[in-house]
Design a protein around this ligand. Structure first.
Ligand code: GLN
Length: 496
């Protein structure tokens, strides 16, 4: 079997035993990228020599007897919003074109230390604002299941790279759904860890109280291995949680849900949802019951207000965070010809450097935070946020996890929602409550919709620091569906 068809766990074992080298594994993936990138366009930056140098260094460390983790030598693609000291970092914005950060994000650094080899930086919606990756200033990424469809967003380059077998693993960030939604529409696993469970240091900020780094993989165990490799307390991030967490890898291996209490969120499903999504979702709920879980319906009425609250809080935070792109410190500078003031240069640069969605959000956020409107908009949204957190807490007194479809529809055609921000925002209807409350949530594949043959995701939500429950239930669903289907949803690299 070709190396690209192996799981990350298998590759790690083969490399540890010395049966293949990290260089051979990296080469197999670089070759696959060379073959399919013209169609998929998942990567913004690739540098074969830098990647092979990293792989050679890992092989040397292993030969010297260094004890690296279970993913040593396994290749990974990073969303181009994590800083990397040997590759550019742009957040898919013109304002950061060609910027070479002088340091690694904590996620990047920890994975390097664990011996993972970076294949490149992946495309995203500019500053992670979007649900389709169409807001990238550079290129449109395509869904490997259907090249005319979106790969989800904002981490669409990372989801497409894994679904197209260009990489066995990738990183993403989830502020309102940007890991779970792209995972769902490309038929892979994507996890938003508990907020504060994975470090934001070196992650270019969008909405600091929501941004959460997390893993993409083609199966639940690989995602758990990756999350475990970069998680844990980081003194460089003031919101990082300093508390012991249950092992997600053990949970992914456990996969026993007999006796678990599972709550079906009453408000997610029904009108506005694609019939094929609901059909697969309802089957998944029945499957959970057949595996010995007790399934009950739980009403979370405030979840209906999560979307509007998010679209006040996230733009407010982004309007403040993006003030740092002032043409003086990073990247682009427009109109600096000696005749203009710093303020004029700043305005020209921001006008040229930010795309339309980013500008829309900066304006919305600035408005919502301005005196006179603050209480009516931002303050009100924060109250809604508190109510949502309380509703989650009440629900988790009754059940161990909550489930819902990850997205209301399967992957939509490229261009379909590009001019309709409200339709685009609806893609995150089911994912946003967990961002506002900071709890853990995963998306695992649960089949293909009948009407279009495209993947559907099941979302599993757990309490704050209950990441292990997402993996345990996710692994149980995966195992049961694989035995039903005679193998995983994605069996091998698609021909493309
Ligand atoms: N789609 C949502 C937005 O546009 C979420 C993005 C994200 O999670 N980064 O804000």
């Amino acid at each position: 079997m070709s190396l690209i068809n192996k799981t990350a766990a298998q590759l790690g074992e083969l490399i540890a035993k010395g049966e293949v080298s990290a260089v051979e594994v990296a080469e197999a993936h670089l070759d696959r990228m060379a073959e399919v990138e013209p169609k998929i366009q998942a990567f913004l930056h690739v540098d074969r020599e830098i990647t092979l140098d990293q792989a050679r260094a890992v092989d040397a460390r292993l030969r010297a007897g260094e004890q690296l983790g279970p993913l040593a030598g396994v290749p990974i693609a990073h969303k181009d919003i994590f800083t990397t000291n040997d590759m550019p970092t742009t957040a898919a914005s013109k304002i950061l074109e060609g910027w070479r950060p002088p340091f690694d994000a904590t996620v990047t650094r920890r994975l390097r230390e664990a011996g993972l080899v970076i294949l490149g930086k992946t495309n995203l919606d500019e500053f992670a604002m979007g649900s389709s990756t169409e807001n990238s200033a550079y290129q449109v990424t395509r869904n490997p299941w259907d090249l005319s469809r979106i790969p989800g967003g904002s981490s669409g380059g990372s989801s497409a790279a894994v679904a197209a077998y260009e990489a066995p693993l990738s990183t993403g960030t989830d502020t309102g759904g940007s890991i779970r939604q792209p995972a769902a529409v490309t038929g892979i696993v994507g996890m938003k860890p508990t907020y504060g469970g994975s470090s934001r240091f070196g992650l270019i900020a969008f909405a600091s109280s929501l941004d959460t780094p997390g893993p993409f993989a083609r199966n639940v165990l690989d995602a758990a291995l990756l999350q475990e490799a970069f998680s844990g307390h980081d003194p460089l991030d003031s919101t990082s949680i300093d508390a012991p967490v249950p092992s997600v890898v053990e949970a992914a291996r456990n996969a026993d849900i007999a006796g678990m209490r599972i709550g079906v969120v009453k408000e997610f499903g029904g009108e506005g949802y694609q019939p094929g999504v609901l059909a697969r979702y309802n089957e998944a709920v029945q499957l959970l019951e057949s595996l010995g879980a007790k399934v009950v319906e739980i009403s979370c009425p405030s979840f209906a207000t999560a979307l509007p609250a998010y679209y006040l809080i996230a733009p407010s935070e982004c309007s403040s965070n993006l003030a740092r792109f002032d043409a003086m410190r990073y990247g682009l500078r427009v109109g600096d010809d000696g005749t203009r003031s710093a303020e004029e240069v700043m305005a020209l640069t921001r006008a040229a450097g930010f795309g339309p969605e980013v500008k829309r959000r900066i304006m919305l956020g600035t408005y919502a935070l301005s005196s006179g409107y603050y209480d009516a908009y931002y303050g009100q949204a924060q109250k809604v946020r508190t109510v949502i957190s309380r509703e989650f807490e009440a629900a988790f007194h009754q059940v161990d996890v909550l489930v819902s479809p990850t997205t209301p529809t399967t992957a939509f055609p490229i261009g379909e929602r590009a001019d309709d921000p409200m339709a685009m925002y609806l893609a995150d209807l089911c994912t946003i409550p967990s961002n506002l409350a900071g709890n853990a949530a995963i998306s695992v594949p649960c089949g293909l919709a009948d009407e279009d043959g495209l993947p559907v995701g099941l979302q599993i939500m757990a309490p704050v620091l209950g990441d292990d429950r997402c993996y345990r239930v996710g692994a149980a669903v995966e195992k049961a569906l694989e035995s039903r289907w005679g193998g995983p949803l994605l069996k091998e690299a698609p021909a493309l």
